[in-house]
Design a protein around this ligand. Structure first.
Ligand SMILES: Nc1ncnc2c1ncn2[C@@H]1O[C@H](COP(=O)(O)OP(=O)(O)OP(=O)(O)O)[C@@H](O)[C@H]1O
Length: 299
């Protein structure tokens, strides 16, 4: 468990983080969401030990995060811009990571590079932005550190590679103690990936929840009625979002699933079905409840 307590960071007079309190559970994928300038990179850089906070504390499994190399070996930080030695290739970076992380798995690193069709002998500066991201993510996986901090890891990846990266993270989670924290400004990028989401807004945590807890009690239905049932539906159900296209009604409804079904069935619809919720739909209600529009908080 990463426990962040009262973390504050100011650059000159600009506040980047203000009294951030956050718990990141072990062995689950944590999505750190927020618009540009929300403070995501600052938070990750403090966790990675690149920046010092002005005040506040961080604990990992109860141990206070300090500069000791033992704690640092528990974390791999994948920044938005990749840093490497001039003229380095993935193979030469391997020697560096082997020194930094005693658990680095050389064979797996070379195998995954080959699986992702990345040439381990090619100079990194000749790689595209997305290719560099993949090389460093693979290094982050192969160092076997329990915590992987990723800043905008999907930025610049094509959809096929993006899915492969998601699979890689999910597989890793099944095999060893692993806590990836993925900072992103894009909600849809984290679709189907994260178990917990924290929303950072203007340097403060707005909400942090387990996805299944947010999903609980909100359902999406698509129905076709032969007459206009809008008035009845709004009266009988707690409707969070309602859309009518011709005869097709799509609704986000809060309440007990079988009670909603009974109410819908009582109007003898031509047909109706429940659909899976998207991440945005899951967050609509929670963010509205605290006075925000989800569209102002993420893209
Ligand atoms: N080195 C720095 N010097 C001065 N101000 C900084 C520095 N780094 C970050 N900031 C400021 O801190 C605030 C938070 O920036 P940060 O990079 O953490 O946001 P972010 O959520 O990662 O944004 P993005 O999605 O654009 O990367 C911004 O107002 C930014 O201008």
């Amino acid at each position: 468990m990463i426990h962040i307590s009262h973390l504050t960071k100011t650059f000159c007079s600009a506040s980047a983080l203000s009294n951030v309190n956050l718990e990141i559970p072990d062995n689950a994928i944590f999505g750190l969401l927020g618009t540009n300038g929300a403070g995501k990179s600052t938070l990750l850089r403090i966790l990675a030990g690149i920046l010092n906070a002005d005040s506040g504390e961080i604990f990992i499994d109860g141990e206070k995060l300090t500069d000791t190399s033992k704690v640092r070996q528990m974390i791999f930080y994948l920044s938005n811009d990749q840093y490497y030695f001039p003229g380095a290739t993935p193979q030469t970076m391997l020697f560096f990571y082997e020194k930094m992380y005693p658990g680095f798995d050389r064979e797996r690193f070379l195998k995954l590079l080959s699986d992702f069709q990345l040439d381990s002998t090619k100079k990194l500066h000749t790689f595209s932005k997305g290719m560099k991201k993949q090389v460093f993510l693979i290094a982050g996986i192969c160092c076997n550190a329990p915590i992987l901090l990723c800043d905008e890891v999907f930025d610049g990846l094509d959809p096929v590679v993006r899915q492969s990266v998601k699979n890689l993270l999910q597989n890793e989670l099944r095999c060893r103690p692993f806590t990836p924290v993925i900072a992103s400004h894009n909600l849809s990028e984290l679709e189907g990936l994260c178990h917990h989401i924290g929303i950072l807004h203007r340097g403060g945590i707005l909400l942090s929840r387990e996805i299944t807890a947010l999903e609980y009690g909100v359902h999406k239905f698509q129905c076709v009625f032969s007459s206009d049932e809008r008035e009845f539906l709004f009266h009988a159900l707690t409707i969070l979002r309602y859309e009518q296209r011709g005869f097709l009604t799509t609704m986000l409804v809060r309440g007990d699933f079988s009670e909603i079904q009974t109410i819908l069935a009582s109007r003898s619809p031509v047909c109706y079905e429940s659909l899976p919720l998207s991440l945005e739909e899951i967050f609509i209600y929670e963010t509205e409840r605290i006075g925000y529009d989800i569209k102002e908080l993420v893209y």
